[in-house]
Design a protein around this ligand. Sequence first.
Ligand SMILES: Nc1ncnc2c1ncn2[C@@H]1O[C@H](COP(=O)(O)OP(=O)(O)OP(=O)(O)O)[C@@H](O)[C@H]1O
Length: 376
Amino acid sequence: MPKTAASKPAASQPKADAAEPGASKAAVQKPERLETDLPRIAASNSASEVTEAHAPRDSAAAAHIADGPETPSITKPPIDAEVTSPSAPDADSSLEDSASLDVDSAAADEAVTDSAATDSAATDSDAIRIRGLVKRFGDSTAVADIDLTVPVGSFYGLVGPNGAGKTTTLSIIAGLLRPDAGTVHIAGIDQRANPLAAKKAMGVLPDRLRTFDRLTGRQLLHYYGQLRGLDRSVIEKRTADLARAFDLTEALSRVVSDYSAGMTKKLMLAGALIHSPRVLVLDEPFEAVDPVSSGVILDILRSYVSHGGTVILSSHGMDLVERVCSRVAVIVGGEVLAEGTIDDVRAGQTLAARFVELSGSAGEVEGLEWLHTFSA
Ligand SMILES: Nc1ncnc2c1ncn2[C@@H]1O[C@H](COP(=O)(O)OP(=O)(O)OP(=O)(O)O)[C@@H](O)[C@H]1O
């Protein structure tokens, strides 16, 4: 059960050619385009436009497409999940090859219809609804009986110390990890009963950046678009829009393995957006991203939310969460210690202060005096 604010005491390629001087500037010069184009992408999205493929058992693909009751964790391979070994399509191979993927749009559409007809838990106002979520890894409990409700149109922050269970929770929401107990509904769709339909509604940015990095950025976005069943012309248009927004236009022709961490994150975020999902599940979207790009991403996400999209993100940036999110949950030790609007949770303090209060102190500084001996 989410405890409301204050409910619980503290628990104890050579990069040389990566430089694109002035490119960041170009990105910030396009805000009007972002405000107009990306919502239009959202508006133009329809269920009929998106189809589902049988996913390759790969982290990146698993995060972007639906393939059955469970896809493996994209982060630390869970004990009970199939271990993935990313087998990237070869950059040399023609993109036409990916057209041969087993895309079954009729089945996916049917799944959506079935879901809407049969899912009694569906509500119009909940983008994500989690009840009684439990996930154990061996003897340790990563997620301990979590309830969360993320309203449609909200910008929802998940914060907590390292190892608190944020990624585990987001991986379960994304359908990448199977919970030991509990239910997850995405836009009213039961994640377990209808994984295809639930995944179809989501765009996912996983916390690790494992992807098909022998592809160029353009090929990777094309691949994601194809997996989502988008037409070639739509993919090309959206790829150009997203690359411009994320300041990746020049980089599109380069292989992803030559991208910096921040560039890779932006590309994967673009991949999460390309099918204009109703719900975005973003694990640390701003980590390693430069301030200019972060500002652009924020503009895009704010606009997305203001047009009815829902974002749930994890972050260690308390200032950012405080500034941007409408609601926040503080997770510590796999439990939700506080949940509500930002004002509810911070209870008159800064969110950072409240976070420290709830998290308790972490490391012990004492005992490290040897570090000051400079003996080597
Ligand atoms: N595949 C796994 N196998 C075993 N233990 C795991 C696995 N994945 C996560 N855990 C454990 O579950 C707990 C929660 O991890 P999780 O990655 O969800 O934390 P987090 O809040 O995202 O942390 P961070 O802020 O450091 O990213 C940790 O104790 C972690 O060691």
